[in-house]
Design a protein around this ligand. Structure first.
Ligand code: AMP
Length: 395
């Protein structure tokens, strides 16, 4: 079950091939957008503070390597592009403002600015009445103590800025010493959140275009190891009521942000059948990579269509799928890849590598999508492939 609200073409002038899509950021999400866009005949320009030859730069027509606040490099980039998007959210606001003043930035500076910072994100959710864990914003130890008194234990403290994949987080258990826990956050804004005893974690990935039409791929079930996504299972094994709540939440976030582009919303499912928003990613998402092999239109094609002012494609999933994330931990040595034969010899396993020369622990190096006639079959194949590659299991 997927939704596509309409196929009517948007009113504004579309940006068509061979015009140039500009991408802020040089990682794998930019790489996969570049792949999709170039397949359709667009040109792609990357602006990144990474070194030349980064994952997205390898596939771009133009790669500019400079700091995000380098005005002349940014002006050069902007002179070459027709529309700009971002492949990660931690982009300095001065850069977003400079881009938006000159070229269409999709999603908007406001959408990126809101979602790149947990405090702003949480306040947005509260303002919109969108369900999320109870929270308090704090900036000192006294406020932490007050928040814990009000919310109870366990809780989790999260830095407001630059947190992802569990970084900048500390769980407050029954015996946690608050002054000691606060030391790591001293001098920063933080969000204290009630701990959610979830039964599973899910995400919804979808796109909204310039005319406000929305198309979501469905609900994805996510399993994490050490806070990093390990396995995504689609469709998620949840009841219809959970599925419907999740889609409604995604749509409420997209409309609330007046969002244009592909967006992911990560959520918790509670034992009493509630769905709570955990995090918003203003871009395609790791959990949506299965769409490349298992959906009629993938999350990057939708991103391209949305930002270029086009109609969205059909997001429906045609085959049950499981995605295995490949972290650098699986590499026997930094420059020595695993033996891929167990993956490449399998008729229904699809290997995606991101062109990162050096493997490091926890670094996202690639993913594998496994298709099955049934979800059970895909899960069984995924378990076999994980075993063959020596990947730690999430279950
Ligand atoms: P985040 O970086 O906020 O996505 O958090 C990383 C992971 O930590 C999530 O995927 C959850 O597994 C866990 N987590 C974060 N916040 C909470 C919470 N309030 N309650 C329970 N688990 C959480």
């Amino acid at each position: 079950m997927t939704t596509i609200s309409s196929a009517i073409a948007p009113d504004s002038q579309p940006i068509l091939p061979p015009r140039t899509i500009g991408i802020l950021g040089g990682g794998q999400l930019g790489r996969m957008l570049a792949q999709e866009a170039r397949r359709c005949g667009y040109r792609v320009a990357i602006f990144t503070d990474e070194r030349p030859g980064c994952p997205a730069g390898q596939l771009a027509d133009i790669e500019i390597n400079a700091d995000y606040d380098d005005k002349s490099a940014l002006a050069c980039f902007l002179s070459k592009v027709d529309v700009v998007t971002a492949e990660f959210e931690n982009i300095p606001d001065v850069c977003l403002q400079a881009v938006e003043a000159v070229k269409p930035l999709r999603p908007s500076r406001t959408a990126i600015h809101t979602t790149q910072h947990r405090e702003r994100e949480k306040l947005f959710l509260r303002d919109q009445g969108i369900a999320c864990a109870e929270f308090r914003i704090i900036e000192n130890l006294a406020q932490l103590q007050q928040a814990i008194t009000e919310l109870g234990r366990p809780c989790v403290i999260k830095t407001a800025a630059f947190g992802y994949d569990g970084k900048g987080q500390c769980k407050v258990n029954a015996d946690t010493d608050l002054p000691r826990a606060w030391q790591a956050f001293e001098g920063h804004h933080a969000v204290v959140e009630q701990w959610v005893p979830f039964v599973c974690e899910i995400s919804v990935v979808g796109a909204r275009n310039v005319s406000g039409r929305m198309a979501v791929h469905g609900v994805i079930e996510n399993q994490h190891v050490h806070h990093i996504l390990d396995l995504s299972i689609s469709p998620a094994r949840v009841e219809t009521a959970i599925f419907d709540q999740a889609i409604e939440l995604w749509e409420a976030v997209a409309v609330g942000l007046n969002y244009v582009g592909t967006m992911a919303v990560e959520m918790f499912v509670t034992a009493d059948g509630r769905v709570l928003v955990n995090e918003i990613a203003p871009r395609p998402h790791n959990s949506g990579h299965y769409t490349i092999d298992a959906c009629r239109t993938n999350q990057f094609q939708q991103q391209m269509r949305a930002i270029c002012g086009l109609s969205l494609g059909d997001p429906a999933q045609h085959t049950p799928a499981v995605m295995i994330n490949l972290l650098g931990d699986v590499w026997p040595a930094a420059n020595e890849p695993p033996d891929w034969s167990s993956v490449l010899n399998h008729p229904r396993a699809k290997l995606h590598l991101y062109g990162k020369a050096e493997a490091r622990a926890k670094r996202k190096m690639g993913h594998i999508t496994i298709l099955g006639d049934t979800l059970e079959e895909a899960l069984q194949t995924a378990a076999e492939i994980k075993r063959a590659l020596g990947i730690e299991s999430s279950t």
